[in-house]
Design a binder for this molecule. Structure first.
Ligand SMILES: [Zn+2]
Ligand SMILES: [Zn+2]
Length: 382
C-alpha cells in the first residue's frame, strides 16, 4: 500500500467525492464535471490531452517509451431525484449519481495523484480516460472515435457494487456481462372492416403468431445448458374495436453471453419473423440494433490484477450477469479488465436511495495506482 495515500489525501478525495455527488450531470452534459476534473488534474501538474469531445477528460502520466495503459472512469449521472439520506445530497434537482460514477471519478483522480508522485519510475505511461455518457451507451464509442485507445496496450476500469463489503474487489476472467441487441418489427397487412377480414390481411393475428413462435428461439434452438433471453416488451396495433388495422408493431431485446449464440438467435429471429409474416399474408420490416458486446476480461491480465489486488484487499469471484457496460466496446479492440468494487451499500444502482460508502474511493484509488504500476511492469517485460 502506498504511504502516499495518507490521511490528508484521503480527506481531500472524500471532499471531492462529495462535491461531484452534489453536482451530478446527465450523459453528454457533464460540462461542470469536466471543468472540475481538468482543474484538479492541472493543479497537480498532470498533462491534459487535446480532444474533440465536448465533455470527458483525457490526460497522461509517465514516460514516453514503454507501453501505455488506459485507466477508465465513467463520469455521468442519471435523471433521478435523489432520495438518499446523505449530507452531500444532489443539488441538481432531478439528477443524481445513482450509479455511483462519482466514486469512479474520484478513484481515478486519486490514482492519478499517486501515479504522478511516482512518474519518474513508471515503466511506461498511463492514460486517464474520464469517459462521458456511459449511461447513454454512447461515450465509449466517442472516445474510440476520438482516437484515445488506438495506441493503448490494455485498459482497466471498475464499477462500484452494492451488497458487497466496501473495498472488496471482484474479478472474473472471460465474459462477465451480457451482450445487448434490440429489435423493432412492423407488420404490414391490409386494413379492413372487422366484420369482413377476408377483404384484408390482419397484421394483429400475424403478430400474435410471431410472439408465440419467437419464444421457440431460446427454447428450441439454443443448448439448454447455455443461456440467452429474448423478451418482447412493447406491442402496439390498432385504435378502435371495429377496424382491422393496416399495421402492427412490436419491439424488445436479446441478451446473450456467447458470440455464437448471439448470431444464432439473430438468424432464427429473422427467419421466424419474415416467414411467419409471409404465411399470414403480411410483410415484416425488421430493424435490428446491435448493441454493446459482453464485457470479456483478458485472462492473463485478470490473474495479474487478482494477485496484485489481494495484497491490499480481499478479492472475490465475480458472477456473470446480463446487465451491460460500454467498457466492453474498448475490449473489442484491446485487452481489458473490468472489475467490481464493493461500495458497502445495500440499495441497487439506479435507485433513488442508492448510496456508496466514501471509502469506496480510497480502495478505488489503490485499485488504479497499484494495478497500473504492476501491469505496466508486466506489459513492458512482455
Ligand atoms: Zn448505471
Ligand atoms: Zn454505472
Amino acid at each position: 500500500m502506498s504511504e502516499l495515500l495518507n490521511e490528508t489525501l484521503s480527506a481531500q478525495l472524500i471532499a471531492y467525492r462529495h462535491y461531484f455527488h452534489e453536482y451530478p450531470e446527465l450523459s453528454s452534459k457533464e460540462f461542470n464535471t469536466t471543468k472540475k476534473i481538468r482543474e484538479i488534474l492541472t493543479s497537480w501538474g498532470i498533462r491534459l490531452l487535446p480532444t474533440n469531445l465536448k465533455t470527458g477528460v483525457f490526460a497522461e502520466i509517465g514516460q514516453n517509451d514503454g507501453p501505455i495503459l488506459g485507466l477508465r472512469a465513467d463520469i455521468d449521472a442519471l435523471p433521478i431525484d435523489e432520495a438518499a439520506n446523505v449530507t452531500f445530497r444532489s443539488k441538481n434537482p432531478g439528477v443524481m449519481h445513482a450509479c455511483g460514477h462519482d466514486t469512479h471519478i474520484v478513484s481515478l483522480l486519486g490514482g492519478a495523484y499517486l501515479l504522478k508522485q511516482q512518474e519518474q519510475v513508471l515503466p511506461g505511461r498511463v492514460r486517464l480516460i474520464f469517459q462521458l455518457a456511459e449511461e447513454a451507451d454512447e461515450g465509449a464509442l466517442q472516445v474510440i472515435h476520438d482516437g484515445k485507445i488506438k495506441d493503448l496496450a490494455a485498459i482497466i476500469g471498475f464499477h462500484n457494487t452494492p451488497n458487497q463489503p466496501v473495498g472488496q474487489i471482484g474479478f472474473r476472467a472471460g465474459i462477465t456481462s451480457g451482450a445487448i441487441d434490440k429489435f423493432k418489427v412492423t407488420l404490414t397487412g391490409i386494413g379492413t372492416h372487422a366484420s369482413a377480414p377476408q377483404n384484408g390481411q390482419d397484421p394483429i393475428v400475424a403478430l400474435g403468431a410471431e410472439i408465440g413462435a419467437l419464444q421457440t428461439v431460446i427454447s428450441r434452438q439454443i443448448d439448454p445448458l447455455q443461456g440467452g433471453v429474448l423478451s418482447i416488451t412493447h406491442v402496439a396495433a390498432g385504435n378502435t374495436w371495429n377496424i382491422i388495422p393496416e399495421t402492427a408493431f412490436f419491439e424488445g431485446t436479446v441478451r446473450t453471453t456467447d458470440k455464437k449464440i448471439r448470431q444464432t438467435i439473430k438468424t432464427h429471429f429473422f427467419d421466424i419473423v419474415n416467414n411467419t409474416a409471409k404465411a399470414y399474408g403480411t410483410t415484416a420490416t425488421i430493424t435490428w440494433y446491435t448493441g454493446d458486446p459482453s464485457v470479456d476480461n483478458d485472462k492473463e491480465l485478470t490473474q495479474i490484477m487478482i494477485d496484485e489486488s489481494s495484497q491490499f484487499t480481499t478479492t472475490y469471484d465475480l458472477q456473470p450477469r446480463l446487465g451491460s457496460d460500454d467498457f466492453s466496446c474498448y475490449q473489442t479492440y484491446i485487452p481489458g479488465v473490468y472489475a467490481n468494487i464493493g461500495n458497502g451499500g445495500t440499495v441497487s444502482n439506479h435507485n433513488s436511495r442508492f448510496t456508496a460508502a466514501d471509502e469506496t474511493v480510497i480502495y478505488g484509488t489503490k485499485f488504479f495506482e497499484r494495478n497500473a504500476i504492476r501491469l505496466l511492469k508486466e506489459l513492458s517485460t512482455n
